[in-house]
Design a protein around this ligand. Structure first.
Ligand SMILES: [Zn+2]
Length: 278
């Protein structure tokens, strides 16, 4: 038995064709969009043409500044090796507020956390970062060897990271010292005195900026004796804070502060390198 199509049936089948066309168009345009966006994002080099055709492109000043050949940054997490007596040099820790707040951590561990985070941030920004130590602590290493390593690696900067402790018979005096101090050697034997001073100023500015200070808070301390400051490249040694100050120690024990300090120092390093290349 055959059925004669009614008007309703005809309308329904017309609608069916209509829906089919609409859904086909939708699928087609979705595929087209997917394909073209895939093509754009997959292109390895952003050409001038694509930049011009992108009407939503950010203004030029917000585009990332790519610096070619950034070079090697050498980070020295202080202590952490066997000393000449064959015992591990842990740096400051015991009898400090930091030791208490961090559940038994020493300076050599804190500066390692910060150094690794600096390396992560700078590596992401295109730098090559090398460190004097990265875990293994079964060998001895003199301070002279640390700067020699940086020189052999053709590094453009050397930054030694420490945390301070203030020993004093009066506990009130002992806990009074706080904040960061940056040591530099304006009489660097290899002629990097001025650049080391400028590098230190960049680090201090980055710390002051992070802390919201409108004036210089971070101390810059001239020093001709630290071996780390005799490097054949711009160099600085930072004491990030005082483990013997209750407020500093409480901050230092948190991963949030460690990461903030690492990002701040990475920012100072990157800014200094950028001006060197101008
Ligand atoms: Zn130290």
């Amino acid at each position: 038995m055959t059925t004669i199509p009614t008007n309703n049936d005809i309308e329904r089948s017309d609608l069916g064709v209509f829906y089919l066309s609409v859904s086909f168009l939708l699928v087609f345009s979705t595929l087209l969009l997917f394909f073209t966006s895939g093509l754009l994002s997959a292109s390895p080099i952003e050409t001038t043409e694509t930049r011009v055709s992108q009407t939503t492109a950010p203004p030029p000043e917000t585009e990332p500044q790519y610096i070619e050949c950034r070079g090697v940054i050498f980070i020295d997490p202080g202590h952490g090796f066997l000393n000449i007596h064959g015992t591990l040099d842990r740096g400051a820790g015991q009898n400090t507020y930091f030791y208490h707040y961090s559940d038994g951590m020493f300076e050599y561990q804190l500066v390692m956390y910060i150094s690794r985070k600096i390396a992560d941030v700078l590596t992401e920004r295109g730098f090559t970062v090398l460190m004097t130590r990265d875990g293994g602590m079964d060998t001895t290493m003199s301070r002279a060897r640390r700067i020699a390593m940086a020189y052999e690696a053709d590094s453009i900067l050397f930054l030694s990271i420490h945390a301070d402790a203030f020993a004093h018979s009066n506990p009130d005096v002992a806990r009074s010292a706080q904040g960061a101090r940056i040591y530099f050697n304006r009489n660097n034997p290899h002629g990097y005195g001025e650049k080391s001073y400028i590098f230190s100023r960049y680090l201090a500015r980055a710390i002051d900026y992070t802390q919201g200070a409108s004036t210089r808070q971070t101390l810059l301390v001239p020093n001709q004796n630290f071996t780390e400051l005799q490097a054949a490249m711009p160099s600085a040694l930072i004491e990030v804070l005082f483990l013997t100050n209750p407020q500093d120690a409480a901050k230092a024990a948190t991963p949030e502060w460690q990461y903030l300090m690492a990002r701040t120092l990475a920012y100072g390093i990157e800014n200094f390198v950028a001006t060197r290349l101008e």
